[in-house]
Write a protein that binds this ligand. Structure first.
Ligand SMILES: [Zn+2]
Length: 549
C-alpha cells in the first residue's frame, strides 16, 4: 500500500487508498480507490449494497512539496433498494474529501477562501498561481462568498453601532461590533433606522448599545429594544466637541490671522537697536524698506520696458518677453516717466501721534493689546482697543516680513481651524495639557486675549476632555450648566444637543462601554474595501470583515 503523508489521511477518511502515483518535477498524479460495500441513499437514507457501477472523479488538491496535485478517485454508484424512494441510483458521498459536484478537495477550497479572505480576488489569484494551485479571481471570490454566508456567532450582549461610507456622501453602511468579543458581527447596507431596527429585533439578547450621536441608531434602539441601555460614544462626543470648537474658530478666522501675525514676531523678534531719528523706529523702517525694495524692483521693470520699447517692440511682445500683464506695459509706456504708486489712505489718522510708542512696544515683543491700549490712553489716546489691535497686528505683520538682514522673511501663516484646535485644546491624560511648543503657547495666549469667546471655549473644551477622562459625571453636570450659558453660540448648541440626549451622554461617563473599537473595525473595513479597489459588493466585504484573519 502506498502512503503519501498529508494525502493518505484525507483519502482514508472516506475509505479510499492510494493505488498508484506518478510524479514529475511540478505535478503529482495520484489514483485512489476504495472498497465501499454499501452506502446510504441521500434521499431516503436507506443503506444499499446493490452496486450499479463506478466512475472516476477528477479532483484538484492542495500542493504537496511544491507540486500541484491531481487526484483521481474511483467512486461507486449504488441502486436504491427502497421502492418508495424517488431516486433509483446514487453515488457514494466523499464529503470529507470533496463536496458533491465539486472538482476540488475541501482542503483546496479552504486554502482558496483563506487567500481570498486575506487578499481579495485579484491578489489571491496571483498568489494562488505562485503557490501552484491557480484559480481565477471569480472562483476565489465565489469561495469567499460561500464563506460569508456561513457565519455563526454567539448571541451578542453589548454592541457598538456606527456608520461607514460605501460611497462618501452618497451611500452608507452600518457596522455592528460585539464589544465584549471585540469582533464585527454584522455589516448592513444603509444607515437608516429601519434596517438597524430589523437587525436589533433579531437579536433580543442585546442589553447595551453604544452608538454615535446621530439620531437614527438611537431611534432604532429606542423603538425595538427600549429596555436596553444606550451609551453615547465617547469618541463621538470628543468628535462633536472638536467640530464645535472648529466651527467657532472658522467663524473667528480673522482673529486667528491676527494671532498668527503676533506669533511670528514673538518667535523671531526684531533687533533691539533703535535708529537715530525718533520718527523712524524700526518696524516702520522695515516696512519702508520693504516698500523701497518693491519700488526698486518695479522701477527696474519700468526701465526695461522703456528700453525694449525704444528697440521698437510692441506692448504685447514686451509683455510676453517680461512675463508682465500687457496693461501694465502699456501703462508704463504711456506714462512718460516712472509712475509712482499712489499712497493708500488719506488724511491724518487717530493713531499717528502714538505710532512711535506702539512700534517700540512691538519691537519689545509685547503682545498684550489691552496693556498697550491703556498706556496710550494715559497719553490722551481717544481711540478704541480695536484700533490698537489692528495697528499692532499690522506692525507685527510688516516687521515680520523682513528678517534681521533686511531680506524678505517668512510670512505670518494662519493655522487652519483643525491645527488651532489642537493648539488650543491639545491635552494629556489629565486633560489639561499646555501646547507643546513655545510658539503654539504664544499663539494660544494671543488668540485668547483677542477673542474672549475662544478663550472660554478653549477652557470649557479642555475641562470637558478632563471630565471624560476621569469619567466625572457630577463634574459633567456642573460643566453642562455652565456650557449652556456659554458666550459662543456654538458651545451653547453643543450643550443643548447633549441635554437632549442626556441619559446616553451621562452613560458615556458612567459606562465602561464605548464604541472606540468600532472605529478601529471601520478602519479595517475601509482597508479591506480599498484592497479590492473599492469595487467589492457588500456581500464580499461582509465576508471579509466578519471573518477575522
Ligand atoms: Zn433512496
Amino acid at each position: 500500500m502506498v502512503v503519501i503523508p498529508g494525502l493518505s489521511e484525507s483519502l482514508s477518511a472516506v475509505g479510499k487508498q492510494i493505488i498508484h502515483f506518478n510524479t514529475t518535477e511540478t505535478l503529482l498524479s495520484v489514483e485512489a480507490a476504495g472498497s465501499a460495500r454499501g452506502a446510504h441513499c441521500p434521499t431516503c437514507f436507506c443503506r444499499s449494497y446493490r452496486r450499479h457501477g463506478q466512475y472516476r472523479r477528477q479532483l484538484r488538491a492542495q500542493t504537496l512539496m511544491g507540486r500541484s496535485v491531481n487526484l483521481g478517485v474511483q467512486v461507486r454508484r449504488f441502486k436504491c433498494v427502497n421502492p418508495q424512494c424517488s431516486r433509483t441510483t446514487f453515488v457514494e458521498r466523499i464529503d470529507a474529501l470533496a463536496l458533491a459536484n465539486q472538482r476540488r478537495t475541501v482542503g483546496l477550497s479552504g486554502a482558496w477562501s483563506a487567500m481570498a479572505q486575506a487578499l481579495g480576488g485579484s491578489a489571491a489569484a496571483r498568489l494562488s498561481a505562485k503557490l501552484g494551485m491557480p484559480a481565477s479571481r471569480d472562483t476565489l471570490l465565489r469561495e469567499l462568498r460561500r464563506l460569508g454566508s456561513s457565519v455563526t456567532l454567539a448571541a451578542p450582549v453589548v454592541v457598538g453601532i456606527d456608520d461607514w461610507a460605501i460611497t462618501r456622501g452618497h451611500r452608507y453602511g452600518t457596522i455592528v461590533v460585539d464589544l465584549e468579543r471585540r469582533r464585527p458581527i454584522e455589516v448592513l447596507d444603509g444607515r437608516e433606522s429601519t434596517s438597524v431596527a430589523d437587525w436589533l429585533q433579531r437579536h433580543p439578547s442585546i442589553q447595551v448599545v453604544a452608538r454615535d450621536r446621530a439620531g437614527a441608531y438611537s431611534d432604532a434602539a429606542q423603538r425595538v429594544i427600549p429596555h436596553t441601555q444606550q451609551v453615547a460614544d465617547r469618541w463621538h462626543l470628543l468628535g462633536n466637541l472638536r467640530e464645535t470648537v472648529e466651527r467657532l474658530l472658522l467663524r473667528h478666522n480673522a482673529r486667528l490671522r491676527e494671532a498668527a501675525q503676533l506669533l511670528v514676531v514673538a518667535v523671531s523678534p526684531l533687533p533691539q537697536t533703535q535708529p537715530a531719528g525718533a520718527d523712524s523706529v524700526l518696524p516702520l523702517m522695515a516696512w519702508q524698506k520693504l516698500s523701497i525694495d518693491r519700488r526698486t524692483a518695479r522701477l527696474g521693470r519700468y526701465e526695461e520696458v522703456v528700453r525694449l520699447r525704444a528697440q521698437g517692440l510692441s506692448c504685447k511682445a514686451i509683455g510676453r518677453a517680461m512675463d508682465l500683464d500687457q496693461r501694465t506695459v502699456s501703462h508704463f509706456v504711456r506714462s512718460g516717466e516712472y509712475p509712482e504708486r499712489s499712497p493708500r489712505g488719506s488724511g491724518p489718522m487717530l493713531l499717528d501721534a502714538y505710532r512711535h510708542h506702539l512700534c517700540q512696544r512691538v519691537v519689545q515683543g509685547c503682545t498684550n493689546i489691552t496693556a498697550v491700549w491703556h498706556e496710550l490712553q494715559a497719553n490722551a489716546f481717544k481711540g478704541s482697543r480695536g484700533t490698537v489691535r489692528v495697528a499692532m497686528a499690522h506692525a507685527y505683520a510688516v516687521s515680520s516680513s523682513t528678517d534681521t538682514a533686511g531680506r524678505p522673511g517668512r510670512r505670518a501663516s494662519t493655522p487652519s481651524a483643525q491645527r488651532a484646535y489642537a493648539w488650543l485644546v491639545g491635552w494629556d491624560e489629565r486633560g489639561n495639557q499646555v501646547p507643546k511648543r513655545a510658539e503654539h503657547r504664544q499663539f494660544v495666549e494671543a488668540l485668547c486675549a483677542i477673542e474672549p469667546q475662544i478663550a472660554q471655549a478653549s477652557s470649557l473644551a479642555r475641562e470637558f476632555l478632563g471630565l471624560i477622562h476621569r469619567r466625572d459625571v457630577a463634574g459633567f453636570d456642573r460643566w453642562l450648566a455652565r456650557a449652556r450659558d456659554g458666550k459662543a453660540p456654538e458651545i451653547r448648541r453643543f450643550a443643548g444637543s447633549m441635554t437632549a440626549d442626556l441619559s446616553a451622554v451621562r452613560a458615556a461617563f458612567e459606562s465602561p462601554w464605548s464604541s472606540g473599537q468600532v472605529e478601529g473595525q471601520i478602519n479595517r473595513l475601509k482597508f479591506l474595501k480599498r484592497q479590492m479597489y473599492g469595487r467589492a459588493k457588500l456581500d464580499l466585504l461582509r465576508a471579509r470583515v466578519l471573518h477575522p484573519n
